[in-house]
Design a protein around this ligand. Structure first.
Ligand SMILES: [Zn+2]
Length: 164
């Protein structure tokens, strides 16, 4: 008698992938449910302007896609885009969203700074807070090196204010 590749029970028959009827039904349901969640949150990422909300949805999508990886390995019930592709894509999109937030942070500092003044009127505390925020944003990125240009710009413009 064939053995199911998931529950390892000997059963009368398994399908082409080697799953028994019960495991097949469970797999189908789990994949469909997780994909629903993924699409729901993807719509949020595409449609929302709220940084925290988008970030949360990116993380949820990545978590759901990670839970689907075992199915991808077994080639069960998953179709393109594959969970691993979804994870890569969402990590990049999440980094994009974080970059935009970092740019907004820099712009908000710039907006408070007179364009041609040599000395910056921004209080050191604001610069310190911005530096902390930048570091926090960087720590959330999959490819933190992408933030290098923004960090450099921040250092050049506002570092002296922090040191004062
Ligand atoms: Zn089974």
């Amino acid at each position: 008698m064939p053995e199911c590749i998931i529950c390892r029970r000997k059963v009368l028959m398994v399908d082409q992938k080697g799953l028994c009827g019960e495991c097949r039904a469970a797999a189908t349901l789990e994949v469909a449910t997780r994909l629903d969640t993924i699409y729901l949150h993807y719509r949020t990422v595409q449609g929302s302007d709220d940084f925290e909300e988008c970030l949360k949805s990116c993380d949820l999508i990545i978590k759901e896609a990670e839970a689907l990886l075992p199915y991808e390995k077994l080639e069960i019930e998953v179709a393109p885009p594959l969970p691993s592709e979804i994870i890569d894509m969402m990590r990049e999109i999440k980094d994009d969203i974080i970059m935009e937030e970092a740019e907004r942070l820099l712009q908000s500092l710039d907006a408070n700074t007179a364009a041609d003044s040599g000395r910056l009127p921004i209080p050191p505390r604001s610069c310190g807070e911005a530096a902390l925020k930048l570091r926090e944003l960087k720590s959330m990125m999959s490819a933190p090196s992408r933030l290098a240009d923004i960090e450099r710009e921040f250092e050049e413009k506002y570092r002296t204010s922090i040191m004062d």
